[in-house]
Design a protein around this ligand. Structure first.
Ligand SMILES: C[S@@+](CC[C@H](N)C(=O)[O-])C[C@H]1O[C@@H](n2cnc3c(N)ncnc32)[C@H](O)[C@@H]1O
Length: 329
C-alpha cells in the first residue's frame, strides 16, 4: 500500500544501521515499532528478532499490523477469499456516503466497487460475529480488504479529497487479495494505543520511532480506511465525508518537542532509533538537543527520493537519530 511516510524504500538503510548497533544481538532482542503505520519496518524485523511490539494509534493501521505482525502461522482460508469475491454488491454505508449517485456527490470509489466493499465488509463482520472465523482470520481478511480497497480508490494518494472523475485504476473491479505476511515461531504483540501512553507499559532492547514529520494528520488523510475498518455508523462531515479523527501531538511543532522528550525520558529500552527527515517540523538540532542529555547520541543520514502528496518526485535527507540510553530520566 502507498502509505505516506512509509519506510519501505528506506529499509536497507534502516536495517543495516540497526543490525550494526554496538552490543546488540538481533536474534535475542525485543524490537518495538511504536508508530508502525503500514508495518513495513516491523515486518522487516519480524523473523530477525525475539519479539516485535507493534503499535499505531489509527485503527486501520492496527488492523494491518495485527495481521502483518500478529499472524504467525498459515491461515488456510482461500475459500473465504473466493466467497467474498463472488458476493453481489449491497447498498451499504460506503456506497451511500462515498460513491456518486442521485443523493451523494462524493466519489471515492466507483458505485460497483462501493457496493462490493460493503458486501465484503458485512460478510467479514458476520463470519467473525458468528464465530465461523477466529480473530486471526478476521484481521487477515480485514487487512486484505483495506489493502485491496486502497488499490481502487479514486484519490491522488490520500483520502483528504477524491478526484473529480474516476481514474482508470478506480474503474477496475475490486478483487480482495490475501495480504502477505511472514511466518514466525515467536509471539508478537500489536497495540492500538497513543504512543505516549503505551511507552509506560513496555520495555525492550530497540525502540524504533517514526512519528509524523509534519502538520498533516493521518486520521484525516486516511479517514475512509478507518471507516471501512471500523464499519460503524456516523454522520460524515462536509465535502470530504470525514469522521471525527485523532489529532496527534507529533504533528504540532511545540507539542511535538515536548511529547518526544517525554517518550525518550520514559523509554525503558537500550537503544532508541528515530527516523526523521530534513523537511519535518522539528530540526536536526531540535532532536539532537532533546536526545543528547539521555545518553550516547549520534546521527546518520541518507538521501531519499520520494513522492509528495501530489505525486511529484522530490529529494529529502532522511536521518536516523541513534541514542544509547544511559540516563533513566
Ligand atoms: C511516518 S508514519 C509511520 C510510517 C511507518 N514507519 C511505515 O513504514 O509505514 C507515522 C505514524 O504514526 C502514527 N501516529 C501518530 N501519532 C501517534 C501517536 N500519538 N501514537 C501512536 N501512533 C501515532 C500515525 O498514525 C502514522 O501511522
Amino acid at each position: 500500500m502507498n502509505y505516506i511516510g512509509s519506510k519501505k524504500r528506506l529499509l536497507p538503510f534502516i536495517c543495516a544501521t540497526i543490525s550494526n548497533l554496538d552490543g546488540i544481538t538481533l536474534q535475542e532482542s525485543v524490537f518495538c515499532d511504536l508508530f508502525a503505520g503500514s508495518g513495513a519496518v516491523g515486518a522487516a524485523f519480524k523473523t530477525k528478532v525475539t519479539q516485535i511490539i507493534s503499535n499505531d494509534v489509527e485503527y486501520f493501521s492496527y488492523v494491518l499490523n495485527r495481521h502483518r505482525i500478529g499472524n504467525t502461522v498459515p491461515l488456510e482460508i482461500e475459500d473465504i477469499f473466493e466467497e467474498l469475491n463472488a458476493l453481489e454488491g449491497v447498498e451499504g454505508f460506503v456506497f451511500k456516503h462515498y460513491c456518486k449517485h442521485a443523493t451523494n456527490e462524493r466519489e471515492y470509489f466507483s458505485g460497483e466497487n462501493g457496493q462490493k466493499i460493503d458486501a465484503m465488509r458485512q460478510k467479514i463482520g458476520q463470519l467473525h460475529h458468528d464465530k465461523h472465523i477466529d480473530d486471526n482470520s478476521f484481521f487477515y481478511l480485514l487487512a486484505s480488504l483495506i489493502q485491496s480497497c486502497d488499490k481502487v480508490a479514486n484519490t491522488a494518494s490520500v483520502y483528504g479529497a477524491y478526484l473529480k472523475t474516476l481514474k482508470d485504476q478506480a474503474k477496475k473491479s475490486i478483487v480482495i487479495e490475501p495480504m502477505s505476511y511472514e511466518m514466525s515461531s515467536r509471539h508478537h504483540c500489536v497495540y492500538n494505543k497513543n504512543a505516549s501512553e503505551l511507552i509506560r507499559m513496555i520495555s525492550g532492547d530497540i525502540l524504533y520511532l517514526d512519528p509524523p514529520y509534519n502538520v498533516r494528520q493521518y486520521g484525516a488523510d486516511y479517514h475512509l480506511l478507518n471507516t471501512i475498518a471500523l464499519y460503524d455508523t456516523f454522520e460524515p462531515q462536509g465535502k470530504t465525508g470525514r469522521r471525527e479523527y485523532y489529532r496527534s501531538v507529533f504533528c504540532k511543532k511545540r507539542e511535538a518537542a515536548l511529547a518526544l522528550e517525554s517518550l525518550i525520558q520514559k523509554a525503558a529500552f537500550t537503544y532508541l532509533v528515530m527516523s526523521y527527515s530534513n523537511d519535518g517540523i522539528l530540526t536536526l538540532q531540535d532532536i539532537k538537543n532533546i536526545m543528547k542529555p539521555y545518553g550516547s547520541y549520534k546521527v546518520v543520514a541518507t538521501e531519499h527520493k520520494c513522492f509528495g502528496r501530489k505525486r511529484e518526485e522530490r529529494s529529502t535527507m532522511e536521518y536516523l537519530h541513534i541514542l544509547k540510553k544511559t540516563r533513566e530520566n
